[in-house]
Ligand binder design. Sequence first.
Ligand code: UVW
Length: 323
Amino acid sequence: MADLGLPSWKDLPRVEGLPHGCAWGLFDKDGVRDEIGTLNLLTPETVVKARDEIQTGKSVVLNWPIDHVHEPGFGRIKPAINITDWRAKGSPWYSYDDEISLNTQSGSQWDGLRHWGHSGTGLYYNRIHHDEVLKTDRIGIDHWSKRGGIVGRGVLLDYVAYAARHNIQYDAMTRHRITLDVLKDIAKEQNVTFRPGDILLVRSGWIRWYNEHSAEERVAKVKNGSEYVGVDGSEEVVEWLWNNHFAAVGGDAIGFEAWPPQLPWCLHDYILALWGMPLGELWDLEALAKACETHKRWSFFITSSPLNTPGGIASPPNAIAIF
Ligand code: UVW
């Protein structure tokens, strides 16, 4: 048994009908089926320990502007912000409202546990079938609010800076894979040692690409594209992610993992469906990377309060890193 009483990858118990590496049942308590997966690793002790990361009081917001991605891919609707002028509508008060229409997958997001089921079986975290998801609020993103949000220690692995240091040329709009050896090498060069319950963020260069390209190029590669940079979907990465006992993982890439995934090592399957681990995508890590460089420290205190949507699928992270 590793830290926090969790089995290591090789000792994970067999779960009927699922591949090796399924964590269902590990967080169930007193006969009650768990709904929040690896967020259980954010214990009060983990949070108290994480406060040591707050040393300068400098904070960085990790949400991208809500209208980004401007022209989403995968058939998702464009974010829309409409402002109502109540004065113009005859109100005696000087007042505006805004109405935001958003596919929570179109920009900075946590994928919640109702977003993705295991590809082979259609089962979501803790054995809820795809066809059952809409008949229940179970494993909804609102459970993250009920447990007090997401608070702990964040760690950034900056692949963009690593690639520049090592003269690695790549195109973020291809299925460029960030392999386990590289992830480990970045951690070593940044002097990062992981702790159970850490929230891992990987900067892949996806958002930097977006910032540096024209509207036409974004439409060609994002709205109409299909291949993207990300963490390598491989057995060794899956094993490493589990054995580090992260509470959540995420990054600036559109799918976190190199896209499209290739079965059987689809990271979405393991992270969301088999482990119940929040998966962050399209987080704006540009200012965070600069702050880490300035502080010469790639760990920080992090808070995130996703939308408290009953039965919700995903949400902007509303995350803040504090140094
Ligand atoms: C992609 O859109 C690439 O992934 P997800 O469905 O997790 O947002």
